[in-house]
Ligand binder design. Sequence first.
Ligand SMILES: [Mn+2]
Length: 332
Amino acid sequence: MSVSLTPLFNDVDWQPVIDAIAQAEDIVLITHCNPDGDGIGAQQALYDVLTTAGKQVRMHNRDGVPRIYQFLEYASQVGKGDWPGSQTADVIIALDCGAFGRLGMPETFFAGATLLNIDHHASNKLFGDINLVDARYCATGAMIFDLIMAMQAPLSAASATAIYTAVMTDTASFRLSSATAPVYHLAADLVDAGAKPWPITVHVYESRSLAGLQMMTACLSTLEIKNEGKSAWIYVTDKIYAETGADVEDTEGLIDYARSVDGVEVAVFIRVDERDNSRWKISFRGKTWANVGDLAATLGGGGHAYAAGCVLQGSIEDVCEQVQQAVNKVLD
Ligand SMILES: [Mn+2]
């Protein structure tokens, strides 16, 4: 295809990553627990370019690939759960993951491997042997695009589709302030290279399960407005999981409804850990001025200014109280 592709940023030094890849015999790509479209898209695109370059590459995520991303070309090749066997790889590349623990794999998984950390979270803990962390990027998938440009590798339709999925989901469909003019140019490049926006949208946003829709109804009925209308809270409890039969993947996007209430500046989504009902996963979304990345950091979590999260342990009452105090600090 006679399209000239432009990297998002020209000043990123990809050489340490390119060298590590060049020296590797065997590479494993991994993203964070409960992966999102960016983690999965970045992983799929990098898998495509590395296998095309003749590398031996495997993909493994603790939580596999969510149903709505299984349309991506190599989704069926992603392993999940425990790692089979002992030896992992020469090089493990962590994608879109701000903290080592979020990879959800035991230390033995990483033994003897060079760990590359490619991510765009400002809160990234720089846990890799090589860290390429750049918070200017709207998505890790966009970083993989620039890596492909730096490698002077071809951009396949499968890669373009995966990167488009990553960028679309992490920019809330090109609506967040991270969707700058160069990001729209990137989207055009991806479409030129074979990404098809509407089919991708249908897979990601128009393929809800019926159980998921029932969960949405139950979850939205928990809505509470606090802080004089500036915060909106929704919850997913054990009871909601049990009554609807929905799973954690069906909670994706629910928090956006809480944020959508007029006047709300911070949305809070508190959901019980499916495996441990004294553990709570808390997500935050900011609308205009509140920095929820800072908010989450005060609770031991992290993320972006507009989207962040943390994990808290204890009774729901105690957890709500802790979160309320942190929200108050941001809003009052
Ligand atoms: Mn991301």
